[in-house]
Write a protein that binds this ligand. Structure first.
Ligand SMILES: C[S@@+](CC[C@H](N)C(=O)[O-])C[C@H]1O[C@@H](n2cnc3c(N)ncnc32)[C@H](O)[C@@H]1O
Length: 381
């Protein structure tokens, strides 16, 4: 499957949309906001651009991208006032895969432009904004076009499921798991790690050509604490997804329902075995790298200086009346629905994510789970 043709966050502003279910990502962005604004300030002082180019890579269609662009714009306004240098143009490029719901962003732009205009001084800078569809694993922009690149919660998505996890008959070697798990053979974790290296190095090389000298990037994405792939952080959430699938398969095979499944779903699946095979052939195009893996790729690339690499954890304070499990289930659904419905059909979604929410709540009641996030600041040298 060409994942980049299928994968997209749930569009629009409905109940299951990414726009309505991305508060966990927003919480993480808020934690690194000071790093973003400090980096923008430094690069502005250093490069004093006439026309400043900013790109948000993997912007999706929720409010998070506009919120970060607003912070960047305000920082530039404050800094330009401080150093008495005023850029005449502020260019913003919203990038994501072509499958992304760019329309939702475009519809929000006129209001957003008005909001930014309130902070403009003496009519400067002129503001230009547009969508830039395409994979960030490759060139997107002309040479020396950008001063600042931001990307949040996007770079843990690989360009594809690593081909080396399939045997000659195209059967997955990662049976019974959707991501690297306890029982995954070593070849599976190696294949994921290699795919990350290939993708991340291409990302760095491409951005390096697009950034001006002194230009900077702030990249925030999920990772893991150490060399071990299987942990209670990020791989745990995939383990819960596998268990949620398994409940649906076992309900069908052994008629032992744990939670209700719809009649439609029962009718769609006539053979439990076949569905188990479907589960075996479902693998995610995700990878949580370690600090060392990230540093190695930056060093190998050679034209970017790693100015900062920090790891942080998101506390899981419950918001409103919903449990943490429900909040996570909604977020994962908004992200994974396109891939799951393409592989299994959309009838399983409600039950799958109901089970998912219950399992997450059960597990966090036993032991705390702390997803790991990295934030990197890179400078073009
Ligand atoms: C979880 S969303 C993050 C959205 C937003 N940055 C935020 O923090 O809320 C991840 C986004 O990365 C995009 N993405 C994944 N792989 C990509 C690629 N190769 N090129 C461009 N965008 C990609 C996805 O389509 C998705 O919209």
């Amino acid at each position: 499957m060409d994942v980049e043709k299928v994968f997209h966050m749930n569009g629009g502003v409905g109940k299951t949309s990414y726009a309505k279910n991305s508060s966990l990502q927003k919480k993480a962005s808020d934690k690194v906001k000071h790093i973003i604004t400090q980096t923008v300030e430094e690069l502005y002082i250093e490069t004093k651009p006439k026309s400043i180019g900013i790109a948000d890579l993997g912007c999706s269609s929720g409010p998070n991208t506009l919120s970060i662009i607003k912070d960047i714009f305000q920082t530039i306004q404050l800094t330009s006032h401080k150093i008495m240098h005023h850029s005449t143009e502020f260019r913003v490029y919203f990038n994501d895969l072509p499958t992304n719901d760019f329309n939702s962003i475009f519809k929000a732009l006129p209001e957003f432009q008005k909001l930014l205009n309130q902070d403009r001084k003496n009519g400067f800078p002129s503001i230009f904004m547009g969508g830039y569809p395409g994979s960030f694993y490759g060139r997107l922009f002309p040479n020396s076009y950008l001063h600042f690149v931001h990307s949040s919660h996007s770079l843990h998505w690989l360009s594809r499921v690593p081909p080396a996890i399939y045997d000659e008959q195209k059967k997955s070697l990662n049976k019974g798991c959707v991501y690297i798990c306890d029982k995954s053979p070593e070849v599976v974790s190696k294949a994921y790690s290699q795919q990350f290296q290939e993708d991340f190095s291409l990302f760095l090389r491409s951005r390096s050509e697009e950034l001006v000298v002194g230009g900077k990037m702030v990249l925030t994405f999920l990772g893991r604490r150490g060399a071990e792939h299987v942990d209670r952080g990020n791989s745990f959430f995939w383990e819960i997804l596998t268990r949620s699938f398994t409940i649906l398969v076992s309900q069908l095979t052994y008629s032992a329902p744990l939670h209700n499944i719809t009649q439609q779903f029962k009718m769609d699946m006539t053979e439990g075995e076949i569905e188990e095979e479907k589960l075996d052939s479902y693998d995610v195009h995700f990878y949580a790298p370690s600090r060392e893996e990230i540093e190695d790729e930056v060093t190998k690339e050679g034209s970017l200086k790693l100015e900062r690499l920090e790891m942080f954890e998101i506390d899981k304070k419950e918001q409103g009346r919903e449990s943490y499990g429900t909040e996570v289930a909604k977020a994962v659904r908004a992200i994974q629905e396109s891939m799951i419905s393409n592989h299994f059909g959309e009838n399983i979604l409600d039950n799958l994510f109901e089970n998912y929410a219950i399992l997450v709540d059960e597990e966090i009641a036993k032991e705390d789970i702390k997803p790991i996030t990295f934030v990197l600041v890179l400078r073009k040298i």
